[in-house]
Design a protein around this ligand. Sequence first.
Ligand SMILES: [Zn+2]
Length: 90
Amino acid sequence: MELRRLENMMEQFVFAEIHRALSNDGLCGCDDCALDVSALALNNLSAKYVTSHAGELFNRAESSRSEDRVAVIAEIQRAINKVRHRLPHD
Ligand SMILES: [Zn+2]
């Protein structure tokens, strides 16, 4: 069984929003900061797994509901507020 054919749609949503959220807040959007905030946000979101068949995501339509996106944006904001003090760095 290939584990990489299992994808958490919430990761896609977080990665789609993270850089915009960081720059809206005037915060650093480097990979380290973006990944730190993404990890915090994803820990507070329920995973939503889909399978990919020959590269196509199965069930994508059902899993891309706008309420998921709203939840993702809220969790990103919460994560940013939690680590805001240590995000600015050289
Ligand atoms: Zn950074």
